[in-house]
Each structure stands twice: as structure tokens, then as C-alpha cells.
Design a protein around this ligand. Structure first.
Ligand SMILES: NC(=O)c1ccc[n+]([C@@H]2O[C@H](COP(=O)([O-])OP(=O)(O)OC[C@H]3O[C@@H](n4cnc5c(N)ncnc54)[C@H](O)[C@@H]3O)[C@@H](O)[C@H]2O)c1
Length: 379
């Protein structure tokens, strides 16, 4: 172990830590995983063994208070993010925080204060921006290659098993069903998955003007919603965005994640393989042709290098930022990196969608009221 490497702590050693954060830090010549923390002993043991980590904390606060640590990845469940981030910021640690970065805007505003006061780097882990395909789309939108975008639509689901009325805790953990069964989340599938595409939409089209939503809890043995359709419009762009998201559909376990972006001169079609496939997205462009000819079709080829996959580029960028380096090796402009303000804005869209469902009306942003939906009392 070299002492001039950045010392990293990873909190929450479940799915996202294992597919994204831990392997990237382990591979980087600039970082060493100094410590990990998780209340679940089996997850600690697994991470410790896989990555040869000396220090393991059962209490995440002990990791956050470890004076040796330079930067922290927060990969705990949603409800733990804001408190852990505030404590880490006050201890001067740089933070890469999973989405949603908090459960409500008051908590996130406290995080923002702590981050600003302590002048640390905070990166929101909405890694889809780092997908070379989504970056390509961003660049082409800026260059108006498909003209003026007027419609974007995303269809994304995972097929979750029905674990019955009183599933065992271990089973819930294993399939990640806590998102829809643990009341501490204060939101279900949309809170978990909405932040990704709301972040991309804002990056592509600018700030959201208003939000309309129809949200359902299809499986009544879940405490939170598992199905939603959201409609967005934007302040500076004429595009309409439709986001369909579900954990109530039947299909492959990893579901499907597909989208279309329609402009006045062409269309992008994308198909995102699930995280475990470790493959780039499939991207096609159709362009308008002359009166009677068919639109042209182009397959956009993207890098197959594992270092260019979204999680790897996200982590490499975080490390570059801490080291004060340019991000040229990643090929992602620093001004596009998702900040804490982007994390807040994505969460605001999610909460506005819940408010739209609760009040049965379109919600204009900024969001001025918010009450969590109590599905058990009917909606
Ligand atoms: N960016 C992405 O693509 C992506 C993908 C998956 C999950 N996530 C986000 O990452 C977070 C974790 O999700 P996951 O799928 O890895 O869940 P997971 O259930 O697989 O892992 C969560 C881990 O956190 C531990 N934990 C529980 N309470 C904790 C606490 N107070 N402090 C620290 N650790 C605690 C659990 O024991 C578990 O090991 C969620 O907020 C989720 O939305 C992001």
C-alpha cells in the first residue's frame, strides 16, 4: 500500500458498492480502499475478502470519523444518505453519494450547507451521464444534429418477484425489495429510479417547468408505489418527456430499459443493457430524408472498453476531481459532472411527481409543498 494514494471509505456494501464503487477504487492506481462499513456482517466479510481490506466498521459513523480517510462513497439505503453526507462533509471528506441523495428537500438543503461550508467535493452518483452513448446524445442535441427535440420517451422496468405477505428479511435484502417494503424510504420505485432519467432530461433539455404524474401501488403488500408514468415539460426547451417506470410488470428479471428522442430532423433510439452485462448501450440514429425516401438508419458504435462504462467513468472522474486533475483521460467535461445541486433538482422532480399524484394536478416547479403519500390509507 502506498501512502500517497487517496484513502477511500465505502459505506453500504450491497449491490451498487459491489458492481461499481469497490471494483473501480480497487483498480485505480490512485486510490486504496482504506475501510468499509456496513451493519450487515456478511456483507463486510465479503467485501473485506474480495478486496483485501484491513479496516472494517460495523457502525458507518466510525468510518466517517476515521481521520485517515480522504473521500467516501455513500452506498447505503436512501434514508441514511443525508445524515452520513453531512457528517462526512463536516469531517472534511469528499463525497460520492448514491441517488436519491436525500428523502426531502429540507434534508438536502442541510447537506448543501455542509458541503459549501466545508468546501468539499460532492458528486451525485447519477452515472448515466457518463454513459458514452448518453454523452453522445448530449453532444448531438447541443449541435442540433436531430434538429429541435420535441419528444423524449423512456420505458424502463424490472420484474420483481412477489415475496408474499410477510417475506423474510434476508430475502428482501437479497432481491433489493426494501425499496418498496421499508417505510423509511418514504417513496418506492420512482424515488429509486426516477433520479437517473430526471437528471439526464435536465442535462439534455435544461430545468423542468412542470410535472404531471399517475403513480400506483399495484402490489398491495408493498408499502410504497411500484408503478408510475410521469410527464415533464421544460423551462427553456419545447420538448415533452414521458417516463414510464415499473416494478409491477412481468418479464425478464432485469427488465428492459429503452428510449427514443425525437427531433425535427431525426430520432435516436437507445436500448440500455442491464448493469450486470457490462456492455455499452445500443444506439441508433434515424435521419429525415427527401420527400419519398425512407429515413436513413445509422448504428452508432461506442467503445467496448470496460473502463469506458458509465460506473467506471463516474468513479475515474470523482478521483480526478479530488486530485485536481483535468478529466481528459475520461473524456467527460468537468462542467457536466452531476453536482449536489443536480442531485437536489432530480429529487425535486420525484417529489413533484408524488405531489402531482397526491393532489391530482400538474405541479409547477419550484416545489412549494410536499407530503409523502400514505399508500396504506389509499390514494
Ligand atoms: N447508481 C445506480 O445505478 C444505483 C444502483 C443500485 C442502487 N443505487 C442506490 O444505492 C443505494 C444502495 O442500493 P443497493 O442496491 O446497493 O442496496 P443493497 O441493499 O444491495 O445494499 C445496501 C447496503 O447498505 C447496508 N446498510 C443498511 N443500513 C445502512 C446504514 N445505515 N449505513 C450503511 N449501510 C447500511 C445494507 O446492509 C446493505 O449491505 C440506494 O440508495 C440505491 O438507490 C444506485
Amino acid at each position: 500500500m502506498s501512502s500517497n494514494k487517496l484513502k477511500i471509505g465505502v459505506i453500504g456494501l450491497g449491490m451498487v458498492a459491489n458492481i461499481a464503487h469497490l471494483p473501480s477504487y480497487h483498480r485505480s492506481p490512485d486510490t486504496e480502499i482504506w475501510a468499509v462499513a456496513d451493519p450487515l456482517e456478511s456483507h463486510c466479510k465479503k467485501a473485506q475478502k474480495s478486496y483485501n481490506i484491513e479496516k472494517v466498521y460495523k457502525d458507518p459513523n466510525d468510518l466517517i470519523d476515521d481521520p485517515e480517510i480522504d473521500a467516501i462513497s455513500i452506498c447505503s439505503p436512501h434514508w441514511a444518505h443525508s445524515k452520513q453526507a453531512i457528517r462526512a462533509a463536516n469531517n472534511g471528506k469528499h463525497i460520492l453519494c448514491e441517488k436519491p441523495i436525500g428523502l426531502n428537500l429540507d434534508d438536502v438543503d442541510k447537506m448543501i450547507k455542509a458541503v459549501e461550508k466545508n468546501n468539499i467535493i460532492f458528486q451525485t452518483a447519477t452515472q448515466k451521464r457518463f454513459d458514452p452513448g448518453f454523452q453522445y446524445i448530449k453532444e448531438k442535441i447541443v449541435e442540433k444534429v436531430i434538429g429541435d427535440v420535441f419528444h423524449v420517451s423512456v420505458f424502463w422496468y424490472h420484474s420483481m418477484p412477489d415475496l408474499g405477505e410477510n417475506p423474510r428479511k434476508e430475502l428482501i435484502q437479497e432481491v433489493g425489495l426494501w425499496r418498496m417494503t421499508d417505510d423509511r424510504c418514504r417513496g418506492g420505485d420512482l424515488l429509486d429510479h426516477g433520479p437517473h432519467y430526471f437528471d439526464l432530461f435536465r442535462w439534455w433539455f435544461g430545468d423542468v417547468a412542470d410535472v404531471s404524474a399517475k403513480i400506483r401501488r399495484i402490489n398491495e403488500n408493498r408499502v410504497n408505489e411500484d408503478h408510475s408514468t410521469i410527464l415533464l415539460s421544460f423551462k427553456e426547451n419545447n420538448a415533452i418527456a414521458v417516463f414510464e417506470r415499473s416494478e409491477a410488470f412481468f418479464g425478464g428479471v432485469y427488465g428492459e430499459e429503452k428510449g427514443r428522442i425525437h427531433g425535427t430532423k431525426g430520432t435516436f433510439y437507445f436500448n440500455v443493457p442491464n448493469e450486470y452485462k457490462k456492455k455499452p448501450l445500443e444506439l441508433q440514429k434515424f435521419a429525415k430524408k427527401t420527400k419519398l425516401s425512407k429515413p436513413s438508419k445509422e448504428h452508432i458504435s461506442l467503445s467496448q472498453d470496460p473502463q469506458d462504462l458509465p460506473y467506471a467513468r463516474e468513479l475515474r472522474t470523482f478521483i480526478n476531481r479530488i486530485l485536481g486533475r483535468s478529466n481528459e483521460d475520461v473524456g467527460f467535461p468537468l462542467e457536466w459532472v452531476p453536482t449536489i445541486y443536480d442531485g437536489r433538482a432530480g429529487l425535486e422532480v420525484v417529489l413533484a411527481a408524488y405531489e402531482s399524484q397526491r393532489l391530482n394536478k400538474t405541479i409547477k416547479l419550484p416545489l412549494t409543498t410536499y407530503q409523502p403519500i400514505k399508500w396504506s390509507e389509499g390514494c
